[in-house]
Design a protein around this ligand. Structure first.
Ligand SMILES: [Zn+2]
Length: 437
C-alpha cells in the first residue's frame, strides 16, 4: 500500500450528475493491490479523516499538486503520428496525400516498432493512460502496438484496419484474409494483461459489403471485443457513403445494417447526424469519440452537444492524432469548449469545465464500458476500486498558469485555467496501474 497527499480530483458516481467533480483541497489517496494483484484505489478522501487510520502506510507529500484520473483517449491513429501538422484541402485529400503514403510504411515490423514505442511514450508524457487506437492494415502494426503498450501496462485497445477498397495498393487488405487475421489477433491479444482488441473497419466507404458483413459476424461472436470506426465527419464523405450504400437509411445506419452497432462500439466524429441517428446510437449503446482539434483543423464541422444530450447518446473526447493537432488532453478539452460554443450551425453552449474534464476521463471510460458496471474494470476515475491510473498535475507549471490559478476562486475556475493554458508541461508524472503477480 502507498499513500499520496495532494489535492484530489475525482467524479461523483451516485445521486448527482455523473460529470460533477469531487475535489479535496488537502486529500489522501491510498493505492494498493486488489485480489488479482492489480493496483487500485483503496481509499480516497480528506487527509484529516484518512491519515490517522493509515498512519503506517508510507506517504508521498505532493501538496501543491493535483492528482486527477489518467486521461482516456477514445480515438487516435498511431500510424499517423508523423503526419500530424500536415495541411490539406479537407479530409479526403489529406488521406490521399499524407496518410496513405505514410501508412504504407507500416508493412515493415521495424518501422512499426519504433513508431509504436514513440507513440506510447508520447501518450504517457501527456497523461493518457487508456487509448483506443487505429493501427494500419498490416498485422505487423497491430502486434507492434500491443507489444509497446505491454511493458508500461498502458490500457490499450487496437485492431487491424479493415480496408479492402478505395485505397491505394500497399494499404489495402484482402477481404477474406483480413477477417481471418482479425480473428487470429483477437485470440492472440484480447484480454492479455490490460490489452483489448477492437474490430476496426476504417470507414464504410473503404470496406466492401463482404468485409463489413464479416466484421459484423466477428462482433457478434466476440461481444467483449470493441468496435471502432468513423462516421459523419465530412459532407463529401457522407455523400460518398450514401452512394455506396443507398439501401441504408443514413451513413450511420449502414453500420447498424452490418451488425456493427452495439455496446463497446466507438464511432469517431458523429458530426452530421439527425435525431434518428442519435437515437440509433443511444438504442444500440454505441458511443461517439468527439475529436474537436481534428474537426477544427480539417474544417469538418462542429459536434452538436445539445443534440447529443437531448437524445441521450453517449460520447467522450479523443485527440484523433494525426488529423487532430495535439496529443495533449488539455488542447482537446479546450477545442471541445470552442466546438460547444459555436452557435451558427447548431445551438451554442458553454460546456462546464468539470464536464469537459469528465468527457476525457470517466465519461470516456463509460463509453468504453469500463466504468465498473457489470463486473468490468473501472478506469477514468479515482473512486475506491478503480484501477490506479492517475496524473500528478502542477497548476504552476508556467508563469502565466501560476498567476491565473492563484486567482481561481472556484474549482471550475481552476480547471478552466488548466484547460485553456495547460499542455504537457502541466503533467508532472503519469502513473499507470501495475499488476504484480
Ligand atoms: Zn480518425
Amino acid at each position: 500500500m502507498k499513500a499520496y497527499r495532494a489535492a484530489l480530483l475525482r467524479f461523483a458516481t451516485d445521486g448527482v450528475p455523473a460529470h460533477s467533480a469531487v475535489y479535496e483541497e488537502d486529500g489522501l489517496l491510498l493505492v494498493g493491490p486488489d485480489a488479482r494483484g492489480q493496483q487500485v484505489v483503496q481509499a480516497i478522501g480528506p487527509y484529516a479523516d484518512l491519515a490517522p487510520r493509515h498512519a503506517r502506510v508510507p506517504c508521498e507529500d505532493l501538496r501543491g499538486r493535483i492528482i486527477a484520473p489518467g486521461f482516456v483517449d477514445l480515438h487516435n491513429h498511431y500510424p499517423q503520428t508523423d503526419v500530424i501538422a500536415s495541411p490539406a484541402e479537407g479530409l479526403l485529400p489529406w488521406l490521399e496525400h499524407y496518410t496513405f503514403p505514410e501508412e504504407e510504411r507500416f508493412s515493415s515490423p521495424e518501422y512499426c516498432a519504433q513508431a509504436a514505442a514513440f507513440f506510447i511514450a508520447e501518450l504517457l508524457r501527456n497523461g493518457v493512460t487508456t487509448s483506443l487506437s487505429f493501427a494500419s492494415a498490416h498485422i505487423s502494426s497491430v502486434n507492434a502496438l500491443f507489444e509497446a503498450a505491454r511493458q508500461p501496462q498502458l490500457r490499450l485497445i487496437t485492431g487491424l484496419c479493415l480496408m479492402d477498397r478505395h485505397a491505394p495498393d500497399g494499404v489495402r487488405n484482402d477481404t477474406e484474409q483480413s477477417l481471418l487475421d482479425t480473428e487470429a489477433l483477437i485470440q492472440k491479444w484480447h484480454g492479455v494483461d490490460r490489452l483489448g482488441y477492437a474490430i476496426t473497419p476504417r470507414f464504410a466507404p473503404s470496406c466492401s459489403d463482404a468485409q463489413l458483413r464479416g466484421a459484423g459476424e466477428l462482433a457478434d461472436r466476440y461481444p467483449q471485443v470493441w468496435i471502432q470506426s468513423h462516421v459523419a465527419e465530412n459532407k463529401d464523405e457522407i455523400r460518398w457513403a450514401r452512394e455506396l450504400f443507398p439501401q441504408s437509411r443514413s451513413y450511420l445506419a449502414t453500420y447498424a445494417d452490418f451488425g456493427l452497432m452495439r455496446e463497446r462500439a466507438i464511432y469517431a466524429h458523429c458530426i452530421h447526424f439527425d435525431d434518428e441517428d442519435r437515437a440509433l446510437m443511444r438504442g444500440s449503446g454505441a458511443a461517439a469519440a468527439v475529436s474537436p482539434t481534428s474537426n477544427l483543423f480539417l474544417g469538418s464541422g462542429f459536434f452538436d452537444y445539445a443534440g447529443a444530450d437531448r437524445i441521450g447518446m453517449r460520447y467522450g473526447l479523443a485527440s484523433d492524432v494525426g488529423g487532430g493537432t495535439s496529443f495533449s488532453p488539455f488542447h482537446t478539452m479546450l477545442a471541445a469548449y470552442v466546438v460547444g460554443r459555436e452557435g451558427q450551425t447548431k445551438p451554442g453552449l458553454s460546456l462546464k469545465p468539470q464536464h469537459l474534464w469528465w468527457q476525457h476521463t470517466a465519461g470516456a471510460a463509460a463509453a468504453l464500458g469500463l466504468d465498473g458496471r457489470s463486473g468490468h474494470a473501472c478506469i477514468g476515475n479515482l473512486q475506491p476500486g478503480c484501477e490506479a491510473d492517475f496524473v500528478v498535475l502542477n497548476p504552476q507549471a508556467t508563469p502565466l498558469l501560476a498567476r491565473r490559478t492563484a486567482r481561481a476562486s472556484s474549482l471550475d475556475e481552476l480547471l478552466f485555467a488548466l484547460i485553456v493554458l495547460g499542455d504537457d508541461r502541466v503533467v508532472e508524472r503519469t502513473v499507470v496501474s501495475q499488476r504484480t503477480p
